[in-house]
Write a protein that binds this ligand. Structure first.
Ligand SMILES: C[S@@+](CC[C@H](N)C(=O)[O-])C[C@H]1O[C@@H](n2cnc3c(N)ncnc32)[C@H](O)[C@@H]1O
Length: 276
């Protein structure tokens, strides 16, 4: 028996059970009043599975293999090309020339919550732009990860509709780095795609298998987590960075307790963190 459903279509007990489940599987913390969001995002999954309540969904998640679909439904995948601009211009105009001057021949960059691919592909375009502007750059490998398999599949295809391309991509970059398809979509050119590899990774897990990086972009994902989890993730990221490596966070995200481990570079309007 389930407690009575409130006016949001989900009982408080169901809602609390679901919140605890979601936080456990992917770290996302839901506020006290997000019943409407849960109902609207899970309605198709309930219809598909024939399960009647969110609580039943949680109970059956393991047996029916629903975890990925639940996480997919509950993650916010909002992203755009060259988001906030400075993380990409700083790579093109400062980091890559610095690495080249330090005789680095191979560097590794991690896009740690890459959604549908705009961030890693914007990084890859910045590398190509650096090559054109300044000549030789080190060879760059970009590892792009996300917990959502739907987003990763979309990112791997590298195909975007005009509306998604309109969000942050100049016409000049579109013409230079994308190829038009017949269906009014454009695909990322092989030169941009080939240096990006996509992998499923839940930020709750450990990152040792990814190896060490010269730069990590972990942007607009920590905001969904608890302070304790943010702290844990920032700690693991620090250990995934090579000494002198760079960390980029989202505009509303900060370093908490890890500030002592980094030198702060103020790149008006953003802050870049360089590991000590
Ligand atoms: C708002 S998007 C940010 C995309 C991109 N970094 C940007 O700044 O435009 C947040 C992404 O974080 C992913 N995400 C949420 N929880 C995660 C977790 N526990 N592990 C890995 N990725 C997660 C979501 O699937 C989503 O694609």
């Amino acid at each position: 028996m389930h407690a009575l459903k409130g006016h949001n279509g989900i009982s408080q007990a169901d809602y609390d059970e679901f919140r605890a489940y979601l936080q456990e599987v992917c770290g996302i913390v839901l506020g006290d009043n997000k019943q409407y969001l849960v109902c609207s995002r899970l309605s198709h999954l309930l219809a598909e599975t024939g399960l009647e309540t969110v609580s039943a969904l949680v109970r059956e998640a393991q047996r029916m293999g629903l975890k990925d679909q639940i996480v997919d439904a509950m993650t916010t995948n909002e992203t755009l090309w060259f988001r906030d601009t400075y993380p990409f211009t700083y790579l093109r105009d400062n980091m890559l020339p610095e690495w080249r001057d330090n005789s680095k021949t191979k560097v590794r960059i991690w896009s740690a919550a890459c959604s549908s691919g705009q961030e890693p592909y914007s990084l890859s375009i910045s590398v190509e732009e650096c090559k054109r502007r300044y000549g030789l750059t080190p060879s760059v490998e970009i590892v792009a990860t996300d917990v959502s398999s739907t987003m990763l599949n979309r990112a791997r295809r590298g195909e975007y509709e005009r509306m998604a391309l309109g969000r942050g991509l100049s016409n000049d970059r579109l013409q230079t780095w994308f190829e038009p398809q017949q269906n009014d979509c454009w695909t990322v050119k092989p030169a941009i795609k080939s240096r990006v590899t996509f992998r499923t990774l839940n930020l709750l897990e450990n990152y040792i298998s990814l190896g060490k990086f010269d730069a990590i972009y972990c942007r607009n994902v920590l905001i969904y987590f608890s302070v304790e989890l943010k702290t844990e993730i920032l700690d693991k990221m620090y250990h995934s960075l090579k000494p002198g490596g760079y960390l980029f966070l989202g505009a509303s995200e900060g370093l908490n307790h890890m500030a002592d481990h980094y030198e702060m570079i103020h790149s008006n309007p953003g802050i870049i963190y360089k590991a000590k």
